[in-house]
Write a protein that binds this ligand. Structure first.
Ligand SMILES: [Zn+2]
Length: 416
């Protein structure tokens, strides 16, 4: 997202006021509820996406930002008691800020089958995964607002909803979980709820989002989830940016976003105690605190507590591997390999550009529960509009997926 000068001035003023009062940034947002519930988190079983990588999956329930976080119940005990796999490989495909660019390109001839290229690669990896290798497919948010497919979401009052193209496509594509980004609210929280309930066959995660009248925590979204894939226990923690420009406060005035740093510190130890690896799906942006983030694609982004701050905050809270799969700032990170500069206090920070231009792939090797190796890179999507070696060819995308899933969405949007 971009920050207008007015929003930038407002945020600077808010911060100045907070500093004058001697309180931290989180409290400056007015976001931490006064009477947060302490402890007592439970795991609620979820049906994993049948096209995805998890054999078992639970949502964390009962969390309120600012409350304590201990995970109890039979499922948590069973997970905590499981021995870490002697040797395992976790292959993580990740993308962010797709903004409904399921197909991108200006003309029919120039179309790039972005999502179907992702699907081709993920399906191939899943088909050839050896025993002990898990393949996950994850979105770090801002899945809507950008293309003609948005028409299927209807208007911002919740009228004319036809379908949720991103969640329909991701479900069929085998996406295992996604973060809730700020642009998910562009068509109103009611529309988002319809999209999730009707079309998402994977959990949407945002641990610091609370107080809204429409989205029901525990039903429409969860703070975190823990899944088992090829014997590896993977905890997923969702975070969204507290920059409020796109949250349509008038439509849902109670909707609030707590400090991502505070919430991550709160939840991460409890998650790590029940998992072999913790992945933070962060729609908070690549950067530090309260200011414009690094520019990317010629756009300016404004962040509050970015992935660098989150990485520093969670570093050392567990000896299990932790990685941040980021989004929001459309930043191209680790294009060729994991850049040492993106290893922040020992926590790798990943992000895969935007608009379907890149699919991120990280491979984590574990031995007796310990991280032995992490590699990361981006796969650039082949383009439809270039006479170049990067031009898309027939075999670069999954034709069956394009015909069965994407084409009907396009046809319905065009008919509106
Ligand atoms: Zn965003």
């Amino acid at each position: 997202m971009t920050a207008s000068p007015a929003i930038a001035r407002l945020l600077v003023a808010l911060r100045r006021r907070a500093v004058l009062k001697g309180i931290g940034a989180a409290a400056a947002f007015g976001l931490l509820p006064r009477a947060a519930r302490a402890g007592g988190l439970q795991l609620v079983p979820l049906a994993p996406n049948p096209e995805g990588g998890f054999s078992e999956l639970w949502a964390v329930s009962g969390y309120a930002p600012g409350g304590g976080a201990t995970l109890g119940g039979a499922a948590a005990k069973r997970l905590a008691a499981l021995a870490p796999p002697a040797a395992a490989k976790l292959r993580i495909f990740h993308f962010n800020d797709m903004h409904n660019y399921l197909v991108s390109g200006r003309s029919e001839a120039g179309e790039t089958h972005a999502m179907s290229q992702f699907v081709k690669r993920v399906r191939a990896a899943r088909a050839k995964a050896k025993p002990g290798e898990a393949v996950l497919f994850l979105s770090s948010g801002d899945d809507r607002t950008g293309t003609g497919l948005d028409k299927l979401l209807g208007d911002v009052e919740g009228r004319g909803f036809v379908s949720d193209p991103a969640y329909v496509a991701y479900s069929a594509a085998g996406v295992d979980a996604g973060a809730i980004g700020n642009h998910e609210f562009d068509h109103g929280a009611r529309t988002l709820k319809r999209g999730i309930r009707g079309h998402a066959r994977f959990p949407l995660l945002a641990a610091n989002l609370h107080g809204g009248a429409e989205l029901e925590p525990g039903r429409d979204y969860a703070p975190a989830a823990i899944g088992v894939a090829a014997g590896v226990r993977v905890a997923l923690l969702g975070l969204t940016t507290p920059v409020m420009k796109h949250f349509r406060k008038a439509a849902d005035p109670g909707l609030a976003v707590a400090s991502p740093v505070a919430v991550a510190k709160d939840l991460l130890p409890a998650l790590a105690a029940h998992a072999d690896v913790v992945l933070i799906l962060s729609h908070c942006g690549f950067g530090e605190d309260f200011g414009p983030a690094r520019q990317s694609d010629g756009w300016r982004f404004f962040i509050a507590e970015g992935d660098i701050s989150i990485a520093r905050a969670v570093s050392g809270l567990t000896d299990k591997p932790v990685a941040i799969l980021g989004g929001h700032t459309h930043t191209v990170l680790n294009a060729e390999r994991l850049d040492a500069a993106n290893l922040v206090a020992g926590v790798p920070v990943l992000q895969a550009g935007a608009h379907g231009r890149y699919l991120g792939e990280a491979v984590l090797t574990l031995a007796a529960g310990r991280e032995t190796r992490l590699s990361a890179r981006l796969h650039a999507t082949r383009r439809g509009d270039e006479e170049s070696p990067r031009r898309e060819r027939e075999g670069d995308y999954d034709r069956e997926f394009e015909t069965r899933v994407i084409d009907p969405l396009q046809a319905r949007a065009r008919a509106l």
